[in-house]
Write a protein that binds this ligand. Sequence first.
Ligand code: FE
Ligand code: FE
Length: 308
Amino acid sequence: MSATILQPGQIEAPAGSIPFLRLPERDEIFRERAARLRQLAPGHALQDFLLFMAAIADAQQAALMAFSSVPLPDEIRLALCREHGMPPLSAQGWQRDPAWHNALRKIAAQVKENATPASREALSRLEAMDGAALEKLADAVLSGQYSGADLAALPFIAAALQVYWTHMTTTLGAKAFDRIAVAQVCPACAAPPSVSVVHIGSSEGLRYLNCALCGTQWHMVRIKCSNCESTKDIGYDMIEGASGAVKAETCDACASYLKIMYMDKDHQVDPVADDLATLTLDLMMDEQGKLRSGPNLFLITDSDTPTP
Ligand code: FE
Ligand code: FE
């Protein structure tokens, strides 16, 4: 039997067969994030912060592996959502199971030792809170309405909610979800994208938006604003002297930007780790008067951001 050598054009996905969704790998998502953060940290201006975020990612992976079974939408509900283009695990509409409080307590216990005094105080406040107070903070994270909330505590709430939503989406699997009516938000949970990623391998050159909450990625064509869907006046900015693996995709029509990461420039880019390690790019965009269109839930500041 003679072997056939495939030429590059033959191994590209034919039109129509592009996988719309990429769910995170449950066994690896946070572990790989921690490894990437540790790779980016040495010599970085934010070294200590990145290393602490690595400790949080490790704790998230442990909490995900130990997550108890929780109520999920049944097949009838999922089919109805697919039929009507609705997200079945809507960040703002889904009735949260208190199991995520356990994930929070596990994460808090695991990272406390390495936390700064301010974070340690925030963790102590969280440990003393009852379920109702935790749910109120979760509402703040998921609605993007942070005014008056305990800002130092919110990243830990976000970490636990990411684990809970990642648990739900990876338990249901990609077949549970389909395109929804709005292309700019996650088809599983309706949260906005934190960044987008251009892939390599079997998805070579395809761009996926990365959900800030559940880590699901969904396809969107390139050179298109992920906020207003304009295809005109899209620009790409990067930090001078950087590798070009992370750029800001800017849109003049809505004066916004979202970071875009290129795996062909660095195949280890991680949507959260590389976002945190390129805050200089956010400052540069701020100077240009461009607003970031999707949140990084670990960088919650006093002003309200786009709603997950
Ligand atoms: Fe999502
Ligand atoms: Fe736009």
